[in-house]
Design a binder for this molecule. Structure first.
Ligand code: DMJ
Length: 521
């Protein structure tokens, strides 16, 4: 569809909305990655990893090496067939894995990856690619690699990528890039970006760019990246409904939400998640109070409009259509929510860490984490399906959704809860995680490949005699997120001794750590 040409900007950014202290966080010196990590308190030489952490590290090493050996430099890897796929042509799995390699001290793999990327990484023209995925995975990965290692290569590459992305923020009325857009270092004129494009995006696609773009500005002192992303987010926040959750479509030209489905899963999830995280990461500034308020309103709406209790007594977050009733199905993707609620509580929202009221964040986070962990019981493999139905006493895979992409959201939430919920009778989050880990290494093994090479799985229930099917690409989020969160969950130190501790760092929606900035004086 032809997009109308944008008229002159209607949105004037309040200057105060953006107020980043342009600091370069760490000075690079030519020390080793381990020395740098020690300086940042990411590595405590006296701490010994737990046996489970060693296991996770080993599986990560084996899976990553299988990728390197078959597909070094390519975007994605199918661990079953050994085939390689490209999407953005940016060595995506390498960029998405960088900070996992640092945190797990997989030094040989990190060194090989750095050498490869230093020689080859460039951002050539790609047609109609997802801005959201490029930002959360590639830019998020580069930003985190710089934050953890202080290696100027990563800052240079992050700025290079942000420069390639920046023009796409200027071609729509909202200031938000189209969902799929043409990007590339060789595109020089505005017109080359400003070609006909589909104006229909989603809250998550358009609204998950701010944290990464602001981080680039803070890294290099050039405010243009933050200003562009702030303008987009301000348009979206101003257009967000107050009496219901944002529906699943957002038109980047009309600056309007549309659709009748309310959920906190696909298409919406990280829109609200990032409001909290951006508010926290940039010092909880007064200028960001709209982010905080919109997040808090959304959490209230999740509670009043799409939270239910199953006949078996499980609290779930489902979806509803405007005129319909609440559907008792919960997406794996929605399981980021307990972790995000707990993070909100850690930062004083929703009754704080000691909140007790039913609509406070901690009790809700606790109940939903239990529900998400129970999704492992919905299939005979112990792998949670894409969507779980809570229509019966026991959780069941929703028809047509008994597959696993080895997504991170459940273990992500168990990690947050395990570190943040210090109530005496707190559930055994790490034990639930251990059970999930055992099922994963047992079931998600790519057939015919060395032990430890993981692969997505289908037909998890095999109820009708069909065989389980392995395969599909190994999504880069498996190493970036799923394995990282298992590793952090099994770290037995308390919150304040953790690497990338949660009161000083936030993880972007792809689990890339961003160091919190203090409020500007
Ligand atoms: C990841 O890329 C991110 O977590 C994103 O926010 C949602 N989808 C995948 C993982 O499931």
């Amino acid at each position: 569809m032809d997009a109308p040409r944008p008229s002159p900007r209607r949105y004037v950014l309040p200057v105060a909305f953006f107020n980043i202290v342009s600091i370069s966080l760490f000075t690079f010196s030519h020390d080793t990655i381990n020395e740098t990590a020690a300086r940042l308190h990411l590595v405590n030489p006296l701490y010994r990893w737990t046996p489970l952490q060693e296991e996770v590290r080993n599986v990560t090493r084996i899976t990553y090496n299988a990728y390197l050996n078959a597909c070094e430099g390519r975007d994605e890897f199918d661990s079953y067939t050994n085939e390689c796929h490209d999407w953005f042509n940016v060595s995506l799995t390498m960029l998405d894995s960088l900070d996992t390699l640092v945190l797990m001290r997989l030094d040989d793999e990190y060194t090989r990856t750095r050498a490869y990327l230093a020689k080859t990484l460039s951002f050539r023209i790609v047609d109609r690619v997802s801005m959201f995925e490029l930002v959360i995975r590639a830019l998020g990965g580069l930003n985190a690699a710089f934050a953890l290692t202080s290696d100027p290569l990563w800052r240079e590459k992050a700025i290079e990528l942000a420069d390639v992305l920046l023009p796409t923020f200027n071609i729509t009325q909202s200031g938000c890039p189209p969902m799929n857009t043409r990007v590339g270092a060789e595109l020089t004129s505005q017109n080359e970006h400003d070609e006909p494009f589909d104006t229909s995006s989603t809250p998550a696609d358009a609204g998950t760019l701010q944290l990464e773009m602001r981080t680039v500005s803070a890294m290099c002192g050039d405010k243009r990246y933050a200003v562009a992303a702030d303008r987009c987010m301000l348009s979206m926040v101003n257009a967000t409904p107050h009496d219901r959750l944002a529906p699943q479509r957002f038109d980047v030209q009309q600056v309007r939400f549309s659709g009748s489905r309310e959920s906190i899963g696909a298409s919406v999830d990280s829109y609200y998640e990032m409001m909290l995280k951006t508010w926290v990461a940039f010092g909880k500034q007064r200028e960001d109070s709209a982010l905080r308020a919109t997040f808090e309103r959304a959490m209230d709406l999740v509670y009043t409009r799409i939270t239910g209790t199953s006949v078996g007594g499980a609290t779930y977050v489902g979806h509803r259509y405007t005129k319909g009733t609440l559907q008792p199905e919960m997406e794996h993707l929605s399981c980021f929510l307990p972790g995000t609620l707990a993070l909100g509580a850690l930062h004083g929202l929703g009754g704080g860490r000691d909140g007790m009221a039913p609509d406070d964040y901690m009790p809700r986070a606790r109940g939903l984490a239990r529900t998400c962990a129970s999704m492992a019981d919905a299939t005979v493999t112990g792998l949670a399906p894409e969507i779980t139905s809570f229509n019966a006493m026991q959780p069941q895979a929703a028809p047509g959704f008994d597959r696993s992409l080895l997504r991170p959201e459940i273990v992500e939430s168990l990690f947050y809860l395990c570190k943040i919920d210090d109530a005496r009778d707190a559930p055994p989050y790490a034990q639930w995680g251990e059970r999930m880990w055992r099922s994963m290494v047992h079931t998600a093994q790519a057939p015919g490949r060395p032990a430890g090479v993981l692969s997505g799985q289908g037909n998890l229930n095999m109820a009708d005699g069909t065989e389980r099917s392995a395969g599909g690409k190994l999504h880069s989020f498996v190493i970036a997120e799923t394995l990282k969160y298992f590793f952090l969950l099994f770290d037995e130190r308390p919150l304040e001794q953790m690497p990338a501790r949660l009161d000083q760092w936030v993880f972007n929606t792809e689990a890339h750590p961003v160091r919190m900035r203090r409020q500007a004086a």
